[in-house]
Write a protein that binds this ligand. Structure first.
Ligand code: NAP
Length: 328
């Protein structure tokens, strides 16, 4: 089959669509003819050798895919040839074919494109698990979501609003803030021109927030601890700003705060299956009905994966950048 290979070039790496061995479909897996996949920040790091796949996962890039089932393992009964699905992948999404655990699959409705399907698994499951299972967000609470116009951010805003939470976001441009407000964010701060902590305190009657969905990390740690209300939760999912920061343990203790880091990729097969099922039960019907929607920045051929990575690295996307895969 064809797949993206990471090749060294002077001063960096190059993503090249080239021949690769076919994936092995296990007894409880399906083999997907991949029609679309999507860029995630983890792919950018992995391409640079900074985020190797967990042992046993494919070393081909790509954490999600949408496509058609072309083979099933001997123990698979719930899925059949020709089924249109999207799913997290154990790596290997940037390829013509991918082997995927059956319990990770999400059925695509007939009126959904593969590009729309590929925009869902990684960021919607990340938003769902971290807002609700890890972050315990409940109706009436306030959540701060950084990178509001990112793939994760656009999903998280919609999920939080759907569950009756008040949503504050940061974003780096007027266009991005507009999109966030359009999705339901009530407070939006341009962190480049304003102090986000002060802006949010001001707009919450100095009450702060109950939950922070944090993809920035160290440099914001002090601000987050100050912003969190008693029994607040800080859920870290990324380190876009860096790893180290100052932690006021007295505030953690006195406000009974919870600090947690989570990674979708590090979850076990079973845990990802559970997360998928919860999402399918609770929120997937709302996406299918059009009440919630994946936000797609653009769709490009997978042969242009290099340019797609450059765009995401430069923070120019609003929502997901989709890579379309032509038939092998
Ligand atoms: N832990 C997990 O399981 C998991 C899973 C998926 C994603 N993630 C993480 O979630 C985050 C969002 O992922 P994504 O794929 O949705 O991202 P994305 O669509 O690529 O958007 C990321 C956005 O973050 C903002 N940003 C970048 N550097 C920043 C900085 N130093 N300070 C503040 N904002 C910054 C930029 O928007 P502005 O123009 O607004 O600055 C950028 O467009 C990433 O950190 C990713 O690694 C974690």
């Amino acid at each position: 089959m064809k797949a993206i290979a990471i090749q060294q070039k002077p001063g960096g790496v190059q993503l090249v669509w080239t021949d690769a061995p076919d994936p092995v479909c296990g007894a409880e897996d399906v083999l997907l003819a991949v029609k679309a996949t999507a860029v995630n920040r983890a792919d950018l790091l992995q391409a640079r050798g900074l985020y190797p796949p967990p042992p046993g996962d494919s070393d081909i890039l790509g954490l999600e895919a949408a496509g058609e089932i072309i083979a099933v393992g001997e123990k698979v009964t719930a899925w059949g040839l020709g089924d249109r699905v999207c799913a997290l992948t154990p790596g290997g999404g940037y390829a013509a074919r991918a082997a995927i655990p059956q319990e990770w699959l999400i059925p695509l409705p007939a009126n959904w494109s593969y590009a729309e399907g590929a925009a869902v698994p990684e960021v919607w499951l990340t938003a769902d698990t971290n807002l609700f299972q890890e972050g315990g967000l409940t109706r009436g609470e306030t959540v701060l979501i950084h990178a509001g116009a990112s793939g994760v951010g656009t999903a998280a805003i919609q999920l939080a609003c759907e569950m009756g939470a008040r949503t504050a976001v940061t974003a780096g441009s007027t266009a991005k803030r507009d999109v966030c407000r359009g999705l339901g964010a009530t407070i939006s701060v341009d962190y480049r021109s304003e102090n986000f902590r002060e802006a949010i305190l001001e707009q919450t009657n100095r009450n702060g927030v109950d939950l922070v969905l944090d993809c920035i990390g160290g440099p914001y740690l002090e601000d987050h601890i100050r912003l969190l209300r008693p029994y607040g939760r800080l859920i870290n999912i990324g380190l876009l700003g860096g790893a180290s920061g100052a932690l006021d343990m007295a505030a953690v203790l006195m406000k009974s705060l919870t600090l947690k880091g989570t990674r979708m990729r590090a979850r076990s097969r079973k845990a990802k299956g559970r997360a998928t099922q919860q999402f399918r039960d609770r929120f997937w019907p709302l996406l299918v009905a059009g009440k919630l929607r994946p936000i797609i920045d653009r769709i490009v051929p997978i042969t242009e994966a290099d340019a797609a990575h450059a765009l995401v690295k430069a923070n120019r996307n609003i929502g997901k950048v989709i890579l379309e895969v032509a038939p092998d």
